[in-house]
Write a protein that binds this ligand. Structure first.
Ligand SMILES: [Mg+2]
Length: 177
């Protein structure tokens, strides 16, 4: 049996609409976490570090993601902490596969988003969809030219997070495969 296509999920942007203004979007709850990669970038002893990173999450997102005909995996700087900290809040299983980045925020020689080449390599020829707020047209073009299977790179507005229209697009894409 062939494996279902993948859905690679970023945390900040799609699940945490960190750029929403002026208020937390409806349906979201507020959390404070100390993810390792964020904490390492804060000034030791700072108020910001003590308070932790504010994250808005939607408790309904886990069920909606799980209902998609796609195999879920994490593609986020939270790495394994997405399973530990994010998954329980949104109602997602805590053992999803995690893409482990060799280096965070690495500069790409061709101006691609730093995750893109690793995502393509990790997906390893399987059709994949990817939700992330930092995808650009360059990444879309790169995937279209260099990836041998179907891909859907979906840029999510970090002011809005995952919306109905994004779920609709994912379902439609999976159906058309
Ligand atoms: Mg992001």
């Amino acid at each position: 049996m062939t494996k279902p296509p993948l859905l690679l999920i970023d945390v900040d942007g799609p699940l945490n609409p960190y750029a929403a203004r002026p208020l937390r979007p409806r349906g979201y709850t507020t959390h404070r976490f100390h993810p390792a990669n964020w904490s390492a970038r804060q000034r030791p002893g700072s108020r910001r570090l003590r308070r932790g990173l504010r994250v808005w999450l939607h408790p309904g997102h886990g069920a909606r993601l799980t209902a998609l005909p796609l195999e879920l995996a994490w593609a986020t700087t939270w790495m394994h902490e997405a399973n530990e900290l994010i998954a329980p809040v949104i109602g997602l299983r805590r053992d999803l596969p995690v893409i482990e980045w060799p280096e965070l925020f690495a500069r790409d020689p061709d101006g691609l988003y730093w995750k893109t080449r690793h995502v393509l390599e990790w997906a390893d020829g399987r059709p994949f969809a990817w939700v992330d707020d930092m995808i650009t047209d360059l990444d879309l073009r790169h995937a279209a030219q260099h990836y041998d299977a179907r891909s859907l790179l979906l840029r999510i507005d970090p002011r809005k997070g995952l919306r109905q229209r994004d779920f609709d697009r994912l379902v439609g894409w999976a159906r058309d495969l």
